[in-house]
Design a protein around this ligand. Structure first.
Ligand SMILES: NC(=O)c1ccc[n+]([C@@H]2O[C@H](COP(=O)([O-])OP(=O)(O)OC[C@H]3O[C@@H](n4cnc5c(N)ncnc54)[C@H](OP(=O)(O)O)[C@@H]3O)[C@@H](O)[C@H]2O)c1
Length: 289
C-alpha cells in the first residue's frame, strides 16, 4: 500500500497509532454544528466525470469496480473505524449482491484498524443502518447476520410492518434493530438524524451510499464532510437507455447562488491512478459580480 500525504489541515483529536499517523497525518472532527445531530460524513468513489456506478451492468454496479484501489479500501476501513454508525440506502444493498448474491457486511477488513476501533477508541461493533421507506429488503443478506457488525434498519411504519412480517416468516424476529419514524413513504432525514443522536447515541455517522441518499442529505444541509476518492478514469454514459449512471450526488440541482461549497481539509494520493479528497461543508458563497 502506498498512500501519500499531500496536504492535511485536520483537527488532531484521535489517538492514531504512530505508523498510521505517519502515513495519514492527523485526524479529527470539529464540534458538530448542531449538538442534537450526529456529525455526518459521506464517503464515495467516483470517476473523473463524477459518476459513481456502472449501474446498468449487472454485477458490476458497486463502488469497488469504480475504485480498483487497495488504498481506497484501507481508507474506507479507516473511516469506518472512526464512526459510530454507517448509513446506507436500500438500493445500494439491492444493486451490490456480490459474487455469492449475499452482498457485503460493510465491516472493517483491516485487522489493525479493527483492533484500534475496539481497543483504543473503545467503540462497539459497527452499526450498519440501512435506510428504506418501502421495507422491501432481503433480510437474508450478509449484513443482517454477520458477526462483525450490528444491523439496523431505519424505515417508515409501513416499511416496519413489511420487515417484521418477513422476519417472522423466517423465524428471525428480534435479530435486527428496526427503527421507524414519520408517517408517509419517506423518512424525514433531519428528524432521523436527531433521533439517532438523541435516542441511540450515534455521535458520528458515515454515509456510504448511495448517490440518492447522499444527495438528499446534502440538500437538507445535513452533510458536514465528504471523503471523495477520485479514480482517474471516465465512466461515461450508460449503455442502456432508461438506466443512468449516477454521480455521487443523485438528483440534486442548484442555481449558481445556491451551490454548496466545500473547504479542502486534506488531500492524499496513491500514484498513479487515485486522489483522495477530504472536504468540509460550507454552503453557498457570496461573490461581488
Ligand atoms: N461509488 C460509490 O462509492 C458508491 C457507493 C454506494 C453506492 N453506489 C452505487 O449507487 C447505486 C445505488 O444508489 P441509489 O442512489 O440508487 O440508491 P441509494 O441511495 O443506495 O438508495 C435509495 C433508496 O434508499 C431509501 N431511501 C433514501 N432516502 C430515503 C428516505 N428519505 N426515506 C426512506 N427511504 C429512503 C429508499 O429505499 P426504498 O426504495 O426501499 O424505499 C431509496 O429507494 C448502486 O449502483 C451502487 O452500486 C456507489
Amino acid at each position: 500500500m502506498d498512500l501519500q500525504l499531500c496536504y492535511n489541515a485536520s483537527q488532531d483529536t484521535f489517538p492514531l497509532p504512530r505508523h498510521i499517523k505517519e502515513r495519514y497525518g492527523p485526524f479529527g472532527f470539529p464540534e458538530p454544528r448542531d449538538p442534537h445531530c450526529p456529525y455526518i460524513s459521506s464517503n464515495f468513489v467516483m470517476g473523473l466525470d463524477g459518476r459513481a456506478s456502472f449501474r446498468e451492468l449487472q454485477g458490476r454496479a458497486g463502488g469497488r469496480v469504480v475504485s480498483r484501489s487497495t488504498e481506497d479500501r484501507w481508507l474506507m476501513d479507516f473511516l469506518r473505524a472512526h464512526h459510530d454508525g454507517q448509513l446506507i440506502g436500500a438500493n445500494t444493498l439491492r444493486e451490490e449482491p456480490g459474487p455469492d448474491a449475499r452482498g457485503a457486511d460493510y465491516g472493517i477488513d483491516d485487522e489493525q484498524l479493527r483492533v484500534y476501533r475496539k481497543e483504543t477508541l473503545g467503540l462497539n461493533k459497527q452499526k450498519i443502518i440501512v435506510l428504506t421507506g418501502s421495507g422491501n429488503l432481503d433480510v437474508t443478506l450478509r449484513v443482517f447476520d454477520s458477526p462483525r457488525v450490528e444491523p439496523w434498519i431505519f424505515t417508515t411504519p409501513e416499511g416496519e410492518r413489511n420487515l417484521r412480517s418477513q422476519l417472522k416468516m423466517l423465524g428471525r424476529e428480534g435479530t435486527i434493530n428496526i427503527i421507524s419514524a414519520g408517517a408517509g413513504r419517506w423518512v424525514d432525514l433531519a428528524a432521523a438524524a436527531r433521533l439517532l443522536r438523541q435516542e441511540y447515541g450515534i455521535r458520528t455517522l458515515l454515509c456510504e451510499g448511495g448517490p440518492m441518499l447522499n444527495g438528499e442529505l446534502l440538500e437538507k444541509q445535513l452533510i458536514d464532510e465528504e471523503f471523495r476518492t477520485i479514480s482517474l478514469q471516465v465512466l461515461g454514459e450508460s449503455t442502456k437507455p432508461g438506466i443512468d449512471r449516477p454521480t455521487t450526488y443523485g438528483n440534486v440541482s442548484y442555481i449558481p447562488e445556491m451551490t454548496p461549497w466545500f473547504r479542502l481539509i486534506s488531500i492524499h494520493y496513491a500514484l498513479p491512478y487515485h486522489a483522495f479528497f477530504r472536504l468540509r461543508y460550507e454552503g453557498p458563497r457570496e461573490f461581488q459580480d
